[in-house]
Design a protein around this ligand. Structure first.
Ligand SMILES: [Zn+2]
Length: 474
């Protein structure tokens, strides 16, 4: 039996307004090619880059959230290589003195807490993009100079599930910190994997293979499964695994050789002469760490304890900081965490998914949702009317539920006199059913309740109707 040994390198785009070393717009999503460029990010002769302080601070804050040590001195280095998407001819990265090292994160796999070491988190700028067509290649440099966090894990992940759970936890943490939006569809988070295999129980590492540039969790999982299988088959056939960099073919769903692995010396790293070193004091680090919010795993466990949520529901609710805050506010305002969870996970998220809307575009607020839950709990409207008619109107218009209930005349009849009158009428009209009930056919009273509901055009409070019928027949 073989086991994989996996290390992950995650690149996450920092969500600053401008690029890393110039004033160009950092948001190029769906923009015309080569519009967000300037002499600095195009690497013209004589340029002088300036460090975007916000990138630096977000890097430090993220590193602290990953329990990394922050040395007081760090510097940028040039990583030299030629590629058409890299106009400067080098990438500005951090080589031997990064802004942070030696951290760890915890995450959950099938209810079990795992811990993985973080080798380092450092800053670097991104390259542009190449677009290949049949007979030409076009270069778009909008992305060149975009700030990235590179987060390198120790090779301490031993299954695809763990690697995927680790990557998902990392996305949540960076979102909670507010350093990256990690929008996979916009290419804001990408993975490189290192994977080797060995027989279970062995201590020695096998030859590692790198697979670069996976841009979704699905591809990450598929590439890991594929690579594991490929390497096992090679060893079983008595062949050798070659140390190399491979790419992921999204059509065929296989990994393909790209190049044999470079070593660090191939890049001719040297300190970036145009940028000052980054120096930080203990006091500054303490100030930043005080600003770190409650992180997702901790929040999940708190939600389970404080609100009695099931693990799966809590997992859904903590996916983004916005969603978890929305839930917590609603639960507290309505004093009903169970209904808040049910409304959010089964009704609200369903609507947002169907419309492919972001959470921040939602017109329903925690205040209005709590109001809706309170109306149901007070028996003023039926659960069904709340979930369908009232909620849909709230979602569309942003109106308050009280206003909608009034406008649509959805208020439940909870007046005992009216309900008793309707129940008496239905009982008088259905003597056979009444006989059935008296003879012990329990289910028959559902029929009578249904009739009363019909009579009230769905507005009678079903709980009160049921009680009244029982009372009248006993
Ligand atoms: Zn620029």
């Amino acid at each position: 039996m073989y086991e994989p040994i996996i290390g992950l390198e995650i690149h996450a785009q920092v969500n600053t307004k401008t690029k890393m070393f110039c004033g160009c717009d950092n948001d190029s999503f769906k923009k015309a090619p080569n519009i967000n460029v300037c002499p600095v990010c195009m690497g013209f002769p004589g340029i002088l880059p300036i460090i975007n302080k916000e990138v630096y601070l977000k890097g430090i804050k993220s590193a602290l959230a990953l329990n990394c040590k922050i040395p007081n001195f760090a510097k940028f280095d040039r990583k030299n290589y030629f590629y058409p998407d890299l106009p400067k001819g080098y990438q500005i990265s951090e080589y031997d003195q990064p802004i942070s090292e030696n951290g760890y994160i915890e995450f959950e796999v099938d209810g079990e807490i795992k811990k993985v070491g973080i080798t380092r988190l450092h800053l670097e700028d991104d390259a542009g993009k190449l677009e290949h067509s049949r007979d030409s290649t076009l270069c778009d440099y909008n992305r060149a100079g975009t700030p990235l966090l590179e987060i390198v894990s120790e090779p301490e992940l031993y299954s695809t599930r763990s690697a995927s759970a680790y990557a998902r936890e990392m996305r949540k943490i960076l979102r909670y910190i507010g350093s990256s939006d990690c929008d996979m569809e916009k290419g804001m988070m990408r993975f490189d994997i290192n994977i080797s295999i060995r027989k279970k129980g062995e201590k020695k590492f096998g030859t590692k293979v790198e697979v670069k540039n996976l841009n979704s969790f699905k591809f990450l999982e598929k590439a890991l499964d594929y690579e594991f299988k490929r390497q096992v088959e090679l060893l079983e056939k008595g062949e050798k695994i070659i140390q190399e960099t491979r790419g992921w073919d999204t059509e065929e769903e296989i990994t393909v050789p790209q190049r044999s692995k470079e070593d660090a010396h191939d890049y001719r790293y040297f300190p970036e002469p145009d940028l000052p070193p980054m120096i930080i004091t203990k006091k500054e680090i303490t100030a930043i760490s005080k600003d770190i919010p409650e992180l997702p795993l901790k929040r999940k466990h708190r939600f389970i304890k404080e609100f009695g949520l099931k693990n799966n529901d809590a997992e859904t609710l903590i996916e983004t900081p916005e969603l978890s805050t929305f839930f917590e506010k609603t639960a507290k305002l309505s004093s009903d965490p169970r209904s808040s969870n049910a409304f959010i996970t089964t009704v609200l998220l369903k609507h947002l998914n169907e419309d492919q809307k972001e959470f921040n575009e939602c017109k329903v607020t925690p205040e209005s949702l709590a109001e809706l839950i309170t109306l149901v709990n007070k028996g003023e409207i039926s659960n069904n009317a709340a979930k369908v008619e009232v909620f849909e109107e709230m979602y569309k218009t942003g109106d308050t539920p009280t206003k909608i209930v009034e406008k649509k005349g959805l208020k439940q009849v909870s007046d005992m006199g009216t309900i008793e009158e309707m129940c008496k009428k239905v009982i008088a009209e259905n003597p056979n059913v009444v006989t059935d009930i008296k003879n012990g056919k329990d289910k028959a009273d559902g029929f009578l309740i249904g009739k009363v509901m019909q009579l009230s055009k769905g507005k009678a409070n079903p709980g009160l109707v049921s009680q009244t019928i029982k009372k009248l027949l006993s």
